[in-house]
Design a protein around this ligand. Structure first.
Ligand code: HEM
Length: 481
């Protein structure tokens, strides 16, 4: 215990605290406003006795979530997602030996050097997608969904998805709706009043709870359907390399050698499902964000294309070896991530013990949010933070630190995700120009830079027009590929 005060924050009401004061839709904006009002980058609220801490600066987030990661590595219970049927899913696991085991599985597979084995699948899918765009440019949303889903399905379950009306794409869309429809993680009625989960549907006043119950079959299917398909292939000896295959084969080998195993088949199944849910739609959203900013900023397109034409030339398509030689494209992707964080409050962490930070008391069991929106638009770090400017990084401003989270719960798929986004954007820009769509009034439609609410947000729908470039022979190269 300590005599230090809690971090500053809005005064609450007797018993309920700040219940109802934080917007369900854009809580990050409330926390930014309070940050200004109370002159602090660490804000405290309390809802029904639950302490909530929001970190509005990179400094506070790295000091606590990175440097004191051993304190801030737990997660709150996500009861709404439990109702949906998410089980051994790393994202929702409390910090214990099982969670550490799952993180090890992810790190072994998705470290910056180990992801190189997935490059052929990423390259193949990116080129397949851009080739499909040549015949169906208006279909860019479905084609990019097919690509992101197929990359993650190959990596997780060894299954390629060949057609846009494949049941796996429907599954991906449904799983996306299930998770994003749950609202800001940890803020549903059932998270605040756990007994609400037992309310019968006839008196169930919570739309999120009804949504979670309706989503159960989809979440079950996400785990079972591709798993069963790949299990058949593994048994038949025809399975392609995948996370699932590697870990099942290792488990079977260790079991037959009599080596004691902490890992179970259920762990592998949970982790494989987690790759799909955490890695498919997020990558799709990041790809869509790139298309959004390419649409908004034609000059940026030209610069990416000039760089590509210079480095890659006309005789071939971009590959992974070109990436270090395409610094403007790298800055562009980082600037897209900075301007449109897909998880404005990341995913909440929870503290395992009492802590004091700069004289402020953070009690054990606090829910801790890093406010990505505040961090990425902090005027003390980013000059003119609301201006889209990939060249800001040439002036020494840091690459966005918050999009993939912090500390011991930082996204283990970050290298893989950025590699997919890179190879798709490079291939797209080698082959296409993107223009704004024209509205009914004859004027160009300006895409809105906004993200949906909920876990794994995606850019709000926008239109654009893709036209093959006539000044390169990328289309020809793609059609031969
Ligand atoms: C652009 C794409 C992606 C974005 C923006 C993203 C973002 C995030 C964020 C913000 C977190 C929470 C970190 C925290 O709590 O501090 C997270 C966690 C996670 N991500 Fe990603 N992610 C992406 C792609 C991927 C991919 C491709 C995979 C799979 C290979 C993946 C797997 C996970 C997992 C398993 C977690 C939970 C980690 C834990 O709780 O310990 N993500 N991601």
């Amino acid at each position: 215990k300590t005599s230090c005060p809690f971090p500053p924050g809005p005064p609450g009401k007797l018993l309920v605290g700040n219940l109802g004061q934080v917007s369900a839709e854009r809580p990050e904006i409330d926390y930014m406003r309070w940050g200004e009002e109370y002159g602090s980058d660490v804000i405290h609220t309390e809802v029904l006795g639950q302490h909530i801490i929001c970190l509005n600066s990179a400094q506070a987030a790295t000091d606590l979530l990175d440097r004191r990661g051993f304190i801030y590595c737990d997660r709150p219970r996500f009861r709404l997602f439990e109702v949906m049927g998410w089980g051994l899913t790393l994202t929702f696991l409390r910090w214990d030996s099982r969670c550490k085991l799952h993180r090890r599985l992810f790190h072994q597979t998705f470290s910056s050097s180990n992801i190189k084995v997935f490059r052929p699948a990423q390259l193949f899918e990116a080129r397949k997608a851009v080739r499909s765009l040549l015949s169906n440019p208006a279909d860019w949303k479905d084609i990019t969904l097919l690509m992101s889903t197929s990359i993650i399905f190959r990596i997780a379950f060894g299954q390629e998805i060949q057609y846009k009306n494949s049941p796996y794409c429907d599954l991906s869309r449904a799983a996306n709706d299930a998770t994003t429809g749950g609202g800001t993680p940890g803020s549903a009625l059932v998270d605040l009043f756990p007994l609400a989960r037992y309310l019968p549907d006839c008196i169930n006043i919570s739309p999120s709870l009804r949504h979670a119950r309706r989503s159960r079959p989809v979440i079950q299917a996400v785990h079972d359907y591709p798993w069963n398909a790949n299990l058949k292939d593994i048994e038949a000896g025809t399975a392609a390399p995948s996370f699932m295959k590697t870990h099942i084969e290792r488990l079977v080998k260790d079991q037959s050698a009599g080596i004691a195993q902490e890992l179970t088949l259920a762990d592998i199944k949970g982790a494989t499902g987690a790759i799909f849910i955490a890695g498919g739609n997020t990558t799709w959203s990041a790809v869509q964000s790139c298309i959004l900013f390419l649409t908004k900023y034609p000059d940026t397109q030209r610069r990416i294309q000039q760089e590509l034409d210079l480095v890659v030339g006309r005789g071939r398509l971009p590959g992974f070896d070109d990436r270090p030689h395409l610094p403007y494209l790298e800055r562009f992707i980082n600037e897209v991530m900075r301007c449109l964080p897909l998880n404005p409050l990341i995913i909440p962490h929870k503290s395992l013990r009492d802590d004091v930070y700069r004289g402020m008391f953070i009690p054990k069991g606090s829910i801790v949010f890093a406010n990505a929106t505040a961090i990425l638009t902090d005027p003390a770090v980013y000059q003119d933070p609301h201006v889209f400017d990939p060249d800001r990084y040439l002036r020494g401003e840091p690459y966005p630190p918050a999009n993939f989270g912090f500390g011991r719960r930082k996204c283990p798929g970050n290298f893989l995700a950025l590699a997919s986004v890179y190879i798709f954007t490079a291939t797209l820009m080698a082959a296409f120009n993107i223009k704004k769509a024209i509205g009914v009034d004859g004027k160009p439609l300006e895409p809105k830079v906004a993200v949906s609410v909920g876990l794994g947000g995606h850019p709000q729908p926008f239109d654009c027009v893709l036209r093959p470039r006539s000044d390169t022979n990328a289309s020809q190269l793609l059609s031969q590929y």
